[in-house]
Ligand binder design. Structure first.
Ligand SMILES: Nc1ncnc2c1ncn2[C@@H]1O[C@H](COP(=O)(O)OP(=O)(O)OP(=O)(O)O)[C@@H](O)[C@H]1O
Ligand SMILES: [Mg+2]
Length: 358
């Protein structure tokens, strides 16, 4: 996990699952087909910065500033008051864009060097540039240079139009920008109605522990996009399943699991980072390892002898013959600090048994 300062994107819900925001001087790519909300993302991103004392640079390849501001108003963002005070535009078409990348942008970076105010940069969309340059090699070179230069100004958000062929997850023409970016999110729209028709996925986020789920998002007038995320588990929260793991390890030991399996369980305990309980995973794992309470006492005793030959030899089976059951061993309750005991073969019971025998 990185300790670097994070810059909030302003996109509600997203920052929660990317450790609080983006890193300075990095690029974040928003990929999505037409109407998925890319411009809304861009406007939200700019607005957040402008409302928090930052400057913003909008690089546009198609539309003049007036039209962009008009569209922003239609999306619910009034940026007029910042125009040419904190919000600046670079408007450059087609091949002229190469000149912008080669000359104007580096000059701006130079002029900006001693300027302490942070500048957010937006390109919405990058697509016309990709279309204007057919040669893949040239495309890669100009995108590399563009990203490299923009990043020197501050955190950058770029949007790219996606045209995925049927069966493709992500279209070919966005692969270069994704590859070149420090982070990428993918927006999808499935016109099936209901709350889950728009979804966001984080494709990558360098140096960031990020959420891995498919997050539905909604448009809220006055807010823009709201991504419906659950906060990632914090370091303290991660420990909340320790009791459950400890119980599972004891149960596994009671069921005669080998040292290797017990070590593996201890390793999983240390590395569990999901926000949900490991109960189901543990049950599946137990079953895969043949650790069920369908095991007879003979089998358990045999396993124990095998894994710990130095242990006192006890003929537990003879004393406690038990009908094989068909159910899985119950795991303790997920959220309770003190995990429940149902269905577990308690190690205490076995000790009692041993004492009894002796
Ligand atoms: N308040 C809202 N309620 C429902 N849908 C909305 C709302 N606001 C925006 N949308 C949807 O978002 C779409 C436009 O979002 P936006 O312009 O950000 O998308 P885009 O990905 O930039 O599209 P384009 O490819 O045309 O540039 C609209 O077509 C509409 O479907
Ligand atoms: Mg758009």
């Amino acid at each position: 996990m990185s300790r670097e300062v994070r810059i909030p994107t302003g996109i509600a819900g997203l920052d929660r699952v990317i450790e609080g925001g983006v890193r300075d001087n990095t690029t974040l790519l928003v990929v999505g087909s037409s109407g998925t909300g890319k411009s809304t993302f861009a406007m939200q991103y700019l607005t957040y910065g402008l409302e928090h004392g930052e400057n913003a640079l909008y690089i546009s390849m198609e539309e003049p500033p007036e039209q962009i501001l008009r569209e922003a108003r239609m999306l619910g963002f009034n940026l007029d008051r910042f125009y040419e005070k904190e919000l600046f535009f670079f408007h450059s078409k087609g091949r002229d864009f190469v000149k912008l990348v080669d000359e104007q942008l580096p000059a701006l970076v130079e002029a900006n060097k001693n300027f302490s105010v942070k500048t957010r940069v937006v390109i919405d969309p990058l697509t016309p540039l990709i279309w204007a340059i057919n040669d893949k090699q040239e495309q890669r070179e100009i995108i590399t240079k563009l990203f490299y230069t923009m990043k020197q100004l501050g955190p950058v958000l770029i949007t790219t139009e996606e045209h995925a062929a049927p069966g493709e997850t992500i279209g070919e023409d966005v692969l270069i920008p994704i590859y070149m970016s420090d982070g990428a999110v993918h927006l999808t729209y499935r016109p099936i109605g209901g709350a889950f028709n728009r979804a966001l996925e984080i494709v990558k986020m360098r140096a960031t522990r990020h959420g891995e789920e498919v997050y539905p998002y909604i448009f809220v007038r006055g807010m823009g996009v709201v991504v419906r995320t659950t906060p990632l588990v914090s370091a303290e929260d991660m420990r909340k399943y320790d009791d459950l793991f400890d119980k599972a390890i004891r149960t596994a030991a009671d069921l005669g699991a080998s040292e290797t399996v017990l070590e593996r369980l201890a390793y999983v305990k240390e590395n569990w980072s999901y926000p949900f309980s490991p109960k189901e995973t543990l049950q599946i794992f137990f079953e895969s390892q043949g650790l069920t309470d369908a095991l007879t006492r003979e089998e358990i005793a045999r396993r124990k002898e095998e894994s710990r030959p130095s242990d006192i030899q006890l003929d537990i089976a003879e004393l406690t013959a038990k009908e094989p059951a068909t159910t899985m061993p119950e795991m303790p309750d997920a959220n309770s600090g003190d995990a429940g005991d149902e269905g577990l073969i308690e190690i205490e019971d076995l000790r009692e048994l041993e004492e009894l025998i002796q």
